[in-house]
Write a new protein. Structure first.
Length: 127
């Protein structure tokens, strides 16, 4: 079963939950007084779709660390490219600002993926 109390076991899980909560905070911008409460709730739930997907990926990674680690690493890189291109194109931010925004949102998921892979390999060596 492996060591479930070690840093390498819990670090990717805790970091992933924190990163999902951070991404979920962006859904709060769906609340606006010009819409009805039901329109606001609907918009909020729609804005949470990325968080639902990330939670599903976390469930996969929790059970199959190697697969989940690869998925999170690839997803983090893909999110990074998407976030950078949207951020730079829409807001005409500087390259440095766009990279910082990308780093804050996407990089934690790359780290999560790498940590899941490292733990899976460490656990595999012990077995």
């Amino acid at each position: 079963m492996g060591n479930k109390w070690g840093f390498l076991y819990w670090a990717p899980r805790v970091l992933c939950i924190l990163a999902i909560l951070f991404v979920s905070m962006f859904a709060l911008d769906s609340f606006s007084p010009e819409y009805t409460i039901w329109q606001q709730v609907e918009a909020f739930l729609i804005h949470l779709i990325p968080s639902y997907i990330l939670v599903a990926l976390l469930v996969v990674a929790w059970k199959w660390e190697q697969v989940g680690g690869i998925i999170f690493t690839v997803a983090g890189i893909a999110f990074g490219v998407l976030i950078f291109s949207l951020n730079y194109g829409r807001n005409q931010f500087s390259t440095a600002q766009s990279l910082m925004n990308t780093f804050l949102i996407a990089f934690p998921f790359v780290v999560v993926g790498v940590l899941f892979i490292l733990h899976a390999r460490k656990h595999k060596q012990k077995v």
